[in-house]
Design a protein around this ligand. Structure first.
Ligand code: ACM
Ligand code: ZN
Length: 480
């Protein structure tokens, strides 16, 4: 079928939002202003979009796409499914359809075929770290656009870390004071943390924009460690013990102090208002606990609560935060350190330390798990360390689980940490094309997995990404 100025989009009320999105996707490159009509006329080709609740066996994100010489039909039981049908349709058109500028002399031809498709996993994510280095809002919108094209549905926004706390929190204006930037402690003027702030209005826009792309933004406020900027801003939540000279890394809140819980609940209440995500991520990675050992307030809390060591103190802290989140109807997710000292009852685990078998331990104990393996899915590492083929070879389901236990593996995600202060362009080059491999790992069936086939398809996909301004060498040769 060929798309031209006589093509119409046919949609009833339920198909209309998707049809509007499709028209907007096609407009910049094709210059076509496709009309959306309730029923087709006599002439011209047709793209019909229909939400069909009877297709429940396609699952909440599956779809059907049929192309014949005169008609494309997109159908799905849900809006998300229709959105993914649209993403596939875009990829069936010539790659220049992704150009932001009008393209002439291209026939917008779509091959005749039928596709029935649904994802393997419900958690298909990318993590973006704005806590080591600030990223501008337009960049985050573009990050979301690229995710949508690859059918990712979770943006794990690692908002705060030891570099910066960029999220506006009412009543705590000092969190974004440039003096709170973690790098202040490092004496590292070359490529330090950029100061920046996301207003709550901007965050709402990001969340809404992502939702229109069927992407849930899972916010992370890292605690009790990795909290340097908040503790420089509000030292009353720090342990009353001296810091070592030059020590800047991963400062931890004083979790013996009740006022710390008040502060974190204030922060999390506002996070809950901003982010409708069922999961709220509280980090909990790499908390040094050194200060807790020396802190009279933390030690008194351990005694009062009969906690035998600092790991148990961390668990106590996580349980209290979990109770708070559960009381607000949300679920806690944390890095796999939340297993140490005893995991909170309803917590989900983000497994990054494959060597610790964290995923299998958590799944066997009945906890939901998201795979975020450092070995395969850390995109701050260069391709020499974590090459495309290795990423593609990642299998989210750890071995040795019963089907019931394997059900707890929600999916997987790649992490884009910004400790090394990459520019926004560098971030895109680190993420793509490796994210293309992850998107296939989490969407497609485990078997067969065909790296050669992937590489062949990637050389066409590279033309799409080139049209979007991302150039890279594919294993099959330079394109774009
Ligand atoms: C992590 O890499 N600290 C989760
Ligand atoms: Zn303390």
């Amino acid at each position: 079928m060929v798309l031209d100025s006589d093509t119409v989009l046919v949609a009833g009320k339920a198909g209309e939002p998707a049809a509007t999105q499709l028209a907007a996707f096609l407009r910049p490159a094709s210059g076509l202003n496709l009309a959306i009509v309730p029923s087709p006329g006599q002439d011209g080709t047709v793209i019909a979009l229909a939400q069909d609740k009877g297709m429940a066996d396609f699952g909440p994100e599956g779809y059907r796409l049929e192309v014949t010489p005169k008609k494309v039909t997109l159908s799905a039981p849900t809006q998300a499914g229709l959105f993914y049908a649209i993403q596939t349709l875009r990829q069936l058109l010539p790659p220049l359809i992704f150009s932001a500028r009008p393209v002439t002399n291209v026939a917008w031809r779509i091959p005749c075929l039928t596709i029935k498709d649904r994802p393997r996993f419900g958690w298909r994510g990318l993590m973006l770290d704005t806590g080591h280095d600030f990223q501008h809002v337009p960049f985050i919108f573009r990050f979301i656009d690229l995710m949508a094209l690859h059918k990712f549905n979770i943006l794990h926004w690692h908002i705060t870390d030891l570099g910066t706390f960029p999220l506006e929190i009412r009543n705590y204006p000092k969190l974004q004071d440039p003096a709170t930037l973690g790098t202040r402690m490092r004496g590292e003027p070359k490529r330090g943390v950029k100061p920046g702030r996301y207003t709550q209005a901007e965050v709402r826009e990001v969340v809404q924009y992502a939702a229109a792309c069927h992407i849930t933004v899972v916010p992370e406020i890292d605690m009790p460690g990795h909290s340097t900027p908040a503790l420089i801003a509000y030292p009353q939540f720090d342990c009353p013990v001296p810091h070592r000279t030059g020590e800047w890394d991963r400062w931890e809140y004083c979790v013996g102090n009740e006022k710390t819980y008040g502060f974190l609940q204030d922060v999390l209440s506002q996070v809950i208002e901003l982010f409708p995500s069922p999961f709220i991520h509280i980090g909990c990675d790499e908390c040094p606990k050194d200060h807790w050992k020396k802190c009279p307030v933390c030690q008194a809390k351990m005694k009062a609560e009969s906690l035998r060591n600092e790991n148990e103190l961390q668990s106590y802290f996580v349980r209290r935060i979990e109770e708070f989140l559960n009381s607000r109807g949300r679920r806690l997710i944390g890095w796999d350190e939340i297993l140490e000292g005893g995991i909170a009852p309803n917590a989900a685990v983000m497994a990054w330390r494959v060597e610790k078998q964290a995923a299998a331990i958590a799944a066997k104990a009945g906890h939901d798990v998201v795979m975020a393996a450092t070995s395969h899915l850390y995109f701050d590492y260069p391709e020499t360390t974590t090459p495309l083929e290795k990423v593609y070879s990642f299998e989210p389901a750890p071995p040795g689980l019963t089907p019931e236990q394997a059900h707890h593996i929600l999916g997987a995600q790649a992490q884009m940490w910004t400790d090394n202060h990459p520019t926004e362009k560098e971030i895109e080059r680190l993420v793509y094309p490796r994210a293309c491999a992850v998107s296939e790992v989490v969407w497609s069936p485990a078997d067969p997995r065909d790296y050669c086939g992937f590489v062949q398809r990637l050389s066409v996909h590279a033309e799409r990404l080139a049209a979007l301004g991302i150039d890279f060498d594919t294993p099959a040769g330079k394109t774009g």
